[in-house]
Design a protein around this ligand. Sequence first.
Ligand code: SF4
Length: 591
Amino acid sequence: MIRDNFRVLTVDLGTGRGTIVTMEGRDSVAGGSGLAAHLFMKYGKPDRPWSDPDQPLIFAIGPLTGCFPLMSKTVCAFKSPYHDQYAESHGGGRSALSLRFADLDALVVTGRAARPSVISIGSRHLEVKEVHYLWGRDLYATGKMLRGMFKGAGHRSILRIGQAGEIGSAMACINVDTYRHFGRLGGGAVMGNKNLKGIVINGDGSFPLMESKDYPKLFQDVYTKLTDTDMMSKYHDIGTPINMAILNEVKMLPIRNLQRTTDPGISEITGEKFAELALLRNAACGGCPVGCIHIGFVRERFRKEHRFLYRQVSYDHEPIFAVGSMLSVENCFAVLAIIDVAEKVGLDVMSAGVALAWATEALEKGIISEKETITRLSFGDSEGYKEAMQHLGLGTNEFYRLLGQGTLKAAEHYGGKDFACVLGQEMAGYATGEVYFASQALGLRHSHLDSGGYSYDQKEKGKDPAKAVAFLVKDEQGRVLLTSMVACLFARGVYSDALLADCLKSVGYGALADSLDAVSKNIQQLRWRTRIATGYRPEEVTIPKRFLEITTGKGSMDADYLTALKDQYAKAIRGLAVPPVEVPPASKPES
Ligand code: SF4
């Protein structure tokens, strides 16, 4: 299990054959985000479109997966249908542990299957199974059938797509074990383009315990730190939706397509309200004692007599913001019902909710009509949004198919770019100010988690763009180290560089532990080189006017400050990507 090289399974769907490849690079790219970029530079075709069957779909884990708590994420990398450039999306569930116990550091899928297929892998098997009968099925039905078809409950992770992925929506997610997702930038469409309905990873191997005498004590220390901190109460108790009330209070919550940043109606969809009325239970990713996944329920009457069905639906701050506050839907069960529809068709809830918020304002302004939206969209009307979510996932007409490629693509065609809430992709649930807007708009994943811009806005006074950009660059370096270890970023307060070094040493990665600063810098540069090699032009990124029209608890937005931040951050990104693209060392097939 502990080895200096990477053990990678490549599967060519065109032939149905797989190869185990041994690759060098542990001490320069570590794993996770670093390994994913490394693999893309080896297998990817930067100058060809995302839909080229030869483009790889990559899943990579880190050196500490299976050894320490919260090393629970898998990094998925691909050329994105959203912007046709290199993209990363992170997901949890059991995916990372299953890959670890299948004795793999990464899975790389290339080619396109002749017919709809599922890949099933384990420590000693690979099968590409034809599943034409699953094509067109929603995510729930697909999950039920795959769980029945493939053994291994408890050790197994199931990745699957809904209809949104099949039709190539750039908002299609890859669902992981029902309650987690590779949500953003269209990984689901990459699977759909490969005729790949699902991936079943069976962690059916086993490994001896670590021999180092330091390991058991260190594990216990880390476990105690992780479970004794505020993180437990924050993420386990109310969970990430605790942010709804906090952000609303300080006027930093995007509401009604970002027409407002605070609203008293939010009190009905706070984390506290969800916990009081709709929370059924918590769940956790494999290897995580925190268990931040909150699962609520939707209940539907299906007969005139009092007969009901109910489904369990996970919720977090981001989905609640996207289909709650952004759509002014102010009832927690109505929010869960819209999330449920998005889940069923396999859409990323964040992107889809923000896109529908734009569509609602566009309809109000007469830019589009009900001819396009099919149903009446009106802020606060959850029934209309459930129907629209279904149309968006299925691509019912030309309007929804275009909107599924991104809000700005629809706005370019119909008009309404000024109020498209897009920062590189549909915005995340924070309206904290200029530093955050610049960081999400230009950041590599266009995620609020690329760097702590949202927290910088809230804590720092003054408007010094150079200082803010220096913070973003340094903070990103720390985060890429964590995501290369595949640590859940909720554990970033515990896993300091020093603790990560101790963890690595205790399991035998001494050389990597001794060079974490250089390695994280190398990974940061490699990721930016990879993104830029696929066509990214940071200086061309624009931020729609709506972001300058808002007022937060800190006051109104400063256009000059935002422009300076954007320009200086773009230059910094160019600086990070300057060294030439490295060619990964030659790899040799193991068998
Ligand atoms: S804190 Fe939440 S997202 Fe992070 S690993 Fe644990 S359950 Fe998964």
